[in-house]
Design a protein around this ligand. Structure first.
Ligand code: 8YV
Length: 311
């Protein structure tokens, strides 16, 4: 008899195949009345799977009183009520590390395409504007100062690539990290003032909400760029839009937004912005590796083995 699990939200296809093979999967997101659905399976569910973006709410945990493991697809778990999970003795797992390099690649795609105006230039060619004259020149990336807000595992992968571009690397976070040769800034605005390119790579959630605010954007300045691959919540989005419209900063490359998948129309109207639909980890290989980590955590739990990536 296969064990039963609750699938709060779908995950990558390879993970879905594995889950369906190993377990009886109750598809919560398809239920017209999720509360009633959870109640109908509550006596058998000790394991639930969700995604970082969909998360899990306290009421969902209450609806599954026997829940012991919540395995989440994604490194960020700001969508999960961690305090509620802790209170109820539910262990949460996420998918760290396996996505570091692809998220760093995405970050660099945004850095280069924003600063070197790749997307603008692509539109320039397609619109036939080249026939009327050369495109405007761009700023440069190599040799500049790059500031990273949040020097975690992803931040470090971004920094490693920056050394190849001959850049000076600075970072801001809660504390100085002694094992890196990069310059530490205790204040995000001071890092912004120093940086030509400011990259936000910290986790989302209450602790980092609007860490990039008006003051930081002012400090970044009219010849500098903001890149965000963390969460929309880390930036004061209306303040960013104002800064981009007024030329307070030179441009922005954004993979994440406050109200995904809705992107403010004002951002879509701007030429100095490159927009991506939250695809930081979005390669076949990385999503499959994330899915495997989810299913490995679930398998470990049912086998009584230690979990691979508890939060
Ligand atoms: C995923 C992400 O798209 O890992 C994260 O935190 O933001 C992305 O890799 C997302 O979590 C999937 O729900």
């Amino acid at each position: 008899m296969k064990p039963e699990i609750a699938l709060i939200s779908p995950i990558h296809a390879t993970g879905m195949v594995e889950l369906n093979e190993q377990y009886i999967v109750h598809r919560v997101w398809e239920a017209p009345d999720p509360k009633a659905f959870l109640a109908s399976i509550a006596d058998r569910i000790e394991v639930a799977v969700t995604s970082g973006l969909r998360g899990a709410k306290a009421w969902e945990m209450d609806a599954l009183p026997r829940l012991k493991l919540l395995a989440s697809f994604g490194v960020g778990y700001d969508g999960i009520d961690i305090a509620a999970a802790k209170q109820r003795g539910i262990i949460v797992t996420n998918t760290p590390d396996v996505l570091n390099e692809c998220v760093a690649d995405t970050t660099w795609t945004l850095i280069l395409s924003t600063v070197r105006r790749t997307v603008f230039n692509d539109r320039y060619v397609r619109a036939g504007r080249w026939l009327s004259g050369p495109a405007p020149l761009s700023d440069k990336v190599w040799g500049e100062n790059i500031g990273i807000v949040g020097l975690g595992r992803i931040g470090r992968a971004i920094a490693r690539r920056a050394t190849g571009f001959g850049m000076q690397i600075g970072y801001h976070g809660r504390s100085e990290q002694k094992d890196v040769p990069y310059r530490y800034f205790a204040d995000a605005a001071e890092l912004a003032r120093w940086a030509k390119i400011l990259v936000v790579a910290c986790p989302g959630g209450k602790g980092t909400e609007k860490i990039i605010d008006e003051r930081v954007l002012q400090a970044l300045g009219s010849d500098s760029y903001l890149i965000n691959i963390s969460r929309g919540s880390t930036i004061d989005e209306p303040a960013l839009i104002r800064a981009l419209q007024a030329g307070t900063i030179a441009g922005a490359g954004l993979d994440v937004f406050v109200d995904e998948p809705r992107v403010p129309e004002a951002l879509c109207q701007l030429d100095n912005v490159v927009l991506q639909p939250h695809v930081g980890s979005g390669t076949h290989a990385t999503r499959a590796a994330m899915a495997k980590l989810v299913t490995d955590n679930v398998a470990a739990w049912f086998a009584g083995r230690p979990l691979l990536s508890p939060v």
